[in-house]
Design a protein around this ligand. Sequence first.
Ligand SMILES: *[C@@H]1O[C@H](CO)[C@@H](O)[C@H](O)[C@H]1NC(C)=O
Ligand SMILES: *[C@@H]1O[C@H](CO)[C@@H](O)[C@H](O)[C@H]1NC(C)=O
Ligand SMILES: *[C@@H]1O[C@H](CO)[C@@H](O)[C@H](O)[C@H]1NC(C)=O
Length: 329
Amino acid sequence: MPSKVSCLYLLTVVCWASALWYLSGSRPSTSYVGQIAIPIRKVPPKLAKNATLSNIRTRSLNPHNFRYLINEPAKCKGFDPFLVILISTTHKEFDARQAIRETWGDESAFSDTRIVTLFLLGQNLDPVLNQMVKQESQIFHDIVVEDFVDSYHNLTLKTLMGMRWVASFCPKAHYVMKTDSDIYVNMDNLIFNLLKPSTKPRRRYFTGYVINGGPIRDMRSKWYMPRDLYPESKYPPFCSGTGYVFSADVAELIYNTSLHTRLLHLEDVYVGLCLRKLGIHPFQNSGFNHWKMAYSLCRYRRVVTVHQISPEEMHRIWNDMSSKKHLKC
Ligand SMILES: *[C@@H]1O[C@H](CO)[C@@H](O)[C@H](O)[C@H]1NC(C)=O
Ligand SMILES: *[C@@H]1O[C@H](CO)[C@@H](O)[C@H](O)[C@H]1NC(C)=O
Ligand SMILES: *[C@@H]1O[C@H](CO)[C@@H](O)[C@H](O)[C@H]1NC(C)=O
């Protein structure tokens, strides 16, 4: 029988080991970097209509029967935000979330343009991390968690959870952005030059860094796509998951479409498939950068998103840009 003391000791060692393991893991990014190829639009084969097939179509393929473990249902009560920002994040990224809150994700940054910032999470296998996120959410009220297992392969569920949240709790928002926690977003550019609060909100609008690519069949690739999961040789045009923006009506359209569309683990490709079903074409916008880009004031004034920004860089870039608003380029 082990003594109480050695039990405690063991627990401490296990805790430390798991913390080290988490911290050493490299952070997967949601963005897809595919082969750039000329898009060939394939007409999907027409299915013969008979009773059996139409039954298959009305039954949900992905019912998305997940429960909210943490929710902020009243986030949009009493006003219609101009922009809802959904940020895909993982539990241990406490610093990244805090950096976003203190820089471009600050909900009170604009006096007459309301923005809502939400971090999206699944359920971690480590109860300690779940508990820490719960405490964080009680302070900031900007975290939504559903009870699917949080993993790289479940990123699509995270995006769909965000779409579902907008459709359920903020359907009158004008625009939605989905991005990651290592992205710098130039909010002035996004809001005032691209979306323009003074103009009539668009419908069925979708924009970002458009990729015309095809599935990677090399099993060693992070973006490997098995042939049996996706047999076609091209993907429909889709926007890199590092950052895309759409009119809020599209959230419910994509969520509803996903219920009848076989899940793929590459979330941005999957959203592209839903858009093709909906007949919505994503617009290319060169301000969305899905690569890292060295900082310079004038360069960053022109972008909408930049990828691979650490929490420290986020603060540095933000401070520099904020303090030099009077400078001309
Ligand atoms: C519908 O198609 C299925 C599968 O091909 C077939 O087994 C079934 O008999 C068809 N039903 C009708 C009503 O034609
Ligand atoms: C994704 O989430 C579901 C639901 O929680 C879970 O059953 C499944 O194992 C998860 N998949 C991966 C690859 O983590
Ligand atoms: C989405 O599905 C729900 C539930 O079936 C339905 O009430 C709603 O009208 C659908 N929305 C759109 C935009 O198709």
